[in-house]
Design a protein around this ligand. Structure first.
Ligand SMILES: C[S@@+](CC[C@H](N)C(=O)[O-])C[C@H]1O[C@@H](n2cnc3c(N)ncnc32)[C@H](O)[C@@H]1O
Length: 197
């Protein structure tokens, strides 16, 4: 379990607005909400950004149906897809932005999945790998052991506020062939120099 399923705990719109400004999604971004509930965060992000590709993953069937209805009512079916799946078995390789409102244990379980390195790249030296920025907003809890780029509080009641954390990760997406080429050229240059000496 990544978050409670029985009762739906939803993100308030003030937090969705803050998430939208922290993430500044572009049309080329791919956004995921892991455990999307009724899809309110995705709908907000779609309405406040040019992003064309948003996906919600929701394990609860009736909630996923409700999310699809809400997306339809907002006329955003062409931009938002709702998957009725267990988020622990989803491929996150294409996403560039993730929103998470999960319990601390859920964040601990999901982190290695959203940052996973494709198995064929595991044996490449790190310097030869191409990385892509992954922007993540978490609400209420943050990742243990990670320092957020920003930590904000959204006022809930007078004197108290809900924490919102913004992180930037660099996930491995492939081989950096330019670097490989550079290393090969350097090797050739070195061996020629040695022959000449
Ligand atoms: C705290 S709610 C957040 C809803 C929404 N993201 C929001 O911020 O308004 C978490 C949601 O995660 C869903 N969930 C829990 N475990 C899940 C799993 N393994 N895969 C997909 N969804 C899950 C729950 O059913 C619930 O709807």
């Amino acid at each position: 379990m990544l978050a409670p399923r029985k009762t739906l705990w939803s993100t308030p719109s003030s937090v969705s607005s803050l998430a939208s400004s922290l993430l500044s999604p572009l049309s080329t971004d791919t956004i995921y909400d892991v455990g999307c509930g009724d899809a309110r965060v995705l709908i907000h992000l779609a309405q406040t950004s040019p992003c064309l590709n948003l996906t919600g993953i929701e394990i609860d069937e009736s909630r996923a149906d409700q999310a699809r209805d809400n997306v339809k009512k907002a006329k955003l079916n062409h931009r938002i897809t709702i998957l009725n799946e267990n988020a622990l078995y989803v491929d996150y390789s294409s996403c560039s932005i993730i929103f998470l409102y999960l319990v601390p244990r859920g964040l601990r379980l999901i982190k290695p999945l959203i940052l996973s390195v494709p198995s064929y790249l595991k044996y490449y030296p790190s310097v030869l790998l191409k990385r892509k920025k992954l922007k993540v907003v978490t609400y209420m809890s943050g990742f243990v052991g990670e320092v957020p780029v920003r930590e904000e509080r959204v006022e809930a009641q007078k004197g108290s506020g809900w924490p919102v954390f913004y992180y930037e990760f660099y996930k491995v997406v492939g081989v950096d062939w330019l670097r490989v080429g550079g290393v090969v050229l350097f090797g050739v240059w070195l061996s020629r120099r040695e022959k000449l000496n």
